[in-house]
Structure formats: structure tokens, C-alpha cells
Write a protein that binds this ligand. Structure first.
Ligand code: SF4
Length: 403
């Protein structure tokens, strides 16, 4: 503007293609795409979703005109890994929840309740320049400051998931049915399984993810404790994950006509709200989660990274259900490798367990299981690299690298 230049475009780029806002998780702006192909590459190489091509991702006007397909109608699993690698903002998370949350906070009739997942905690410290430290106390303080009435820890619901899933696993072991058990708390993986492996759906755990368990507890139980109608409670989740936006809108997660989770903010979107409110993050005094759902175990926090669900379930199965004596070694679950497999002794039982992150790795594992090359009792699948800490809603640098 200082030089009187308002717009500079090549003549062939003057046609403006519409934004694709069909997806609950990802917004595509074809006008910004430079056809670098990074989104297609991450989708194919990491997630193995070979049916995608440029037509389903950020692509330039001419290509979109020829091969347009709304993201919501594609095989997109909503993981948002394309957002993390897009160098020019052609792919961004669908941030419509921000305005919905502000509107609920401004509405005097609404009690606005927040749950925050384990993975955003250190990430928000990095986002606000405090390094890789746990800033949970500051996040809780910031959420109260911007107007949330209650703030809870999703790790509480992760503990519930551990208990439910462990009981389900044990029951299947006893009956020898629907093994291996596949975890079901990653909505990206669940959508992939529904589309590409419907034959495995009976093997998926029937347990809700921690986000949805907590949403249900808040709407059905906690609203009664507060003496308010469920429709007067507005439940918000802060997640590292764009796919959680899609999960929250699945029809099975409605109670009496309303969603158990009303809005999902990614880590980046929560940071944006703090900035919009003028919060000086590093100056905040720590605050604590609300009672009565404040107590959590270390297992609940492990859900934020690859191997965490498996470690939690095996610990619970070993300690509470099989009465195994001594320490059960589940260290194989740790580390960032795509695939980790080990056989461990739990009491008198020998269990073979697998942990995968990235759906390309999951696909390879499934082939081995289905061909009989590998026999396993349980499989943890997370779509994102390293699990939820590497989710598509986490902060990333402009070069696409995670902080
Ligand atoms: Fe979301 Fe975690 Fe699954 Fe990634 S791995 S899609 S962050 S639930």
C-alpha cells in the first residue's frame, strides 16, 4: 500500500476459485496452492491413502476446475498432516469453532466447560516461547481468564478409556473372539478402517475415545450435578487433532438431539484465542483443574503419544485383572518408530502386541496379520507421526517442521 500497489497477479491467475469448506477439519484454498505436492506426498507416504492425488488436495484453479472434489467427499481421514507440511497456507484447519466458542462464552445462558487433552500442553509452551515445558497451569489460567466456567483434564477420561478397553480386551482374550483388538481412540484411523477395512470393524474396540467419553459424562452427569439442562452446557475440547472436529460430529455421539462435544479447538486455535483476548501467557499465575474430575493417573497422560494407549491397557490388564506379580515390561511401546512389536509375559499369559503410527505402517501390519504371517493380540493405531503429539492441530514452523 505504501507504493500504491493493491493487487499483483499474473493475468491467468485472476479467476478466484472458491474455498473448499466442505470438511469439518481442513479448509482448502486452491488460489494459494503452488503445486509443490507436499500434501499429496505426506498423504501417500505416511498415510498410504493412494487414492488421493492433486485433485483432492490444495490445487490450482485450473486443476480444481477440471478435477474438483470436495474434501468431505474424498477419502480424507481428517488427520491434518497436509496442513503441517503446506508451505503457503493453502491448507488450514477449519477454525469455525473459534467464533462458536466466543459466542457461547458471551451467552449468559450457557455454562461453558472445557476439557484439554495431554498433547497440547508442552506444545502451547513452545507456541508462547517458553520451550518444551509443561504449561498446564498457565493454560488452565488462560482458559478461565477468557471466560470458561469449568476446566477439566481429558486425562481423566483417558483413564476411563483404559479401564473400559482393558476389560473389553480381557473378555476377548478369555473368549478368543475378535482378536486382535484394535484401539479406536484415533478418529483418523477409525475412518480409514471404515472405508478401507470394513472387515476389521468387529476387531476395533467399542470404547469411545477420551474426548467423547468426557463429553458424554459432562452432558449426561455433570450437568445434573450443576443443576442445569444439558442444552445449557456448552462443551469445548482442546485437542492436538483436526480429526477430533470430525469425530465430535459423528451421529453416534449425540444425546437427545445434541452433540456431547459442541466445539473442538486445535492447540493452534486455542493459542489464537488467547492472543485475541490479549493474554500475556508467560505472566499468568498457574491455576488448577476443577474438581471433581481432577485426579488422573500417569497412564491418562500417556495417551498423548504413540504407544501410550497400549502401555496403559497392558499395565491395567496386568495389575488389576491378571494379578501379574512384579513389573510388566512394556518399554517396547515407547519411542517414535513407525511400528513396534513385542511379545511380553503377563502372569501366565504371553501376549504379542503391536503399536503403529501412520496408516501406511498400519496397512503393512494389517497385511501381515491377514496373511497369517503375524499373530498379535492387540494393536494400537494412531494416524499421526509419533501419535497425537504430532497431530495436525499442533503448532508447526513455517517450513512445515514441528517445533
Ligand atoms: Fe488425531 Fe491423534 Fe489420531 Fe492424529 S493420532 S488423527 S492427533 S487422534
Amino acid at each position: 500500500n505504501d507504493y500504491g500497489i493493491k493487487r499483483l497477479r499474473y493475468p491467468s491467475r485472476t479467476v478466484k476459485a472458491p474455498l473448499d469448506t466442505s470438511s469439518l477439519s481442513v479448509v482448502r484454498d486452491p488460489n494459494k496452492c503452488i503445486l509443490c505436492g507436499l500434501c499429496v506426498r505426506v498423504c501417500k507416504e505416511k498415510q498410504g491413502i493412494g487414492v488421493w492425488d492433486f485433485k483432492n488436495r490444495g490445487s490450482r484453479t485450473e486443476i480444481v476446475a477440471a478435477m474438483d472434489q470436495p474434501l468431505a467427499e474424498s477419502s480424507c481421514i481428517n488427520c491434518g498432516q497436509c496442513i503441517a507440511v503446506c508451505p503457503c497456507g493453502a491448507l488450514t484447519s477449519n477454525s469455525s469453532a473459534i467464533e462458536e466458542v466466543w459466542a457461547a462464552i458471551r451467552d449468559p445462558k450457557k455454562t461453558v466447560v472445557c476439557q484439554i487433552a495431554p498433547a497440547p500442553r508442552a506444545a502451547l509452551g513452545e507456541e508462547f516461547g517458553l520451550g518444551s515445558v509443561d504449561v498446564t497451569g498457565k493454560i488452565v489460567a488462560a482458559l478461565r481468564r477468557i471466560g470458561f466456567n469449568k476446566v477439566f483434564d481429558t486425562a481423566f477420561a483417558a483413564d476411563m478409556t483404559t479401564v473400559e478397553e482393558s476389560n473389553e480386551f480381557l473378555a476377548r482374550l478369555v473368549k478368543g473372539e475378535n482378536l486382535p483388538l484394535f484401539t479406536s481412540c484415533c478418529p483418523g484411523w477409525v475412518k480409514y478402517a471404515e472405508e478401507f477395512h470394513p472387515e476389521l470393524l468387529n476387531n476395533l474396540s467399542s470404547c469411545r475415545s477420551p474426548q467423547q467419553m468426557f463429553g458424554s459424562v459432562l452432558k449426561k452427569k455433570y450437568s445434573k450435578d450443576l443443576g442445569i439442562a444439558p442444552e445449557d452446557m456448552f462443551v469445548v475440547s482442546i485437542m492436538p487433532c483436526t480429526a477430533k472436529k470430525y469425530e465430535a460430529r459423528r451421529p453416534e455421539f449425540m444425546t437427545e438431539g445434541s452433540y456431547d462435544v459442541d466445539a473442538v479447538l486445535t492447540t493452534v486455535e486455542a493459542a489464537r484465542m488467547f492472543r485475541e483476548a490479549g493474554i500475556i501467557f508467560d505472566a499468568l499465575e498457574d491455576s488448577e483443574f476443577d474438581q471433581p474430575m481432577q485426579q488422573t493417573t500417569g497412564s491418562g497422560v500417556l495417551f498423548g503419544t504413540t504407544g501410550g494407549v497400549m502401555e496403559s491397557v497392558v499395565r491395567y490388564v496386568a495389575g488389576k485383572l491378571l494379578n501379574a506379580e512384579g513389573r510388566v515390561d512394556v518399554e517396547f511401546t515407547r519411542g517414535m518408530e513407525d511400528t513396534k512389536i513385542a511379545s511380553i509375559n503377563v502372569g501366565d499369559n504371553k501376549l504379542t502386541l503391536a503399536v503403529v503410527n501412520g496408516l501406511a505402517a498400519a496397512e503393512e501390519l494389517i497385511k501381515k496379520i491377514q496373511s497369517g504371517e503375524l499373530t498379535v493380540h492387540a494393536v494400537e493405531v494412531m494416524a499421526c507421526p509419533g501419535g497425537c503429539v504430532g497431530g495436525g492441530g499442533q503448532p508447526f514452523q513455517n517450513d512445515g517442521e514441528r517445533r
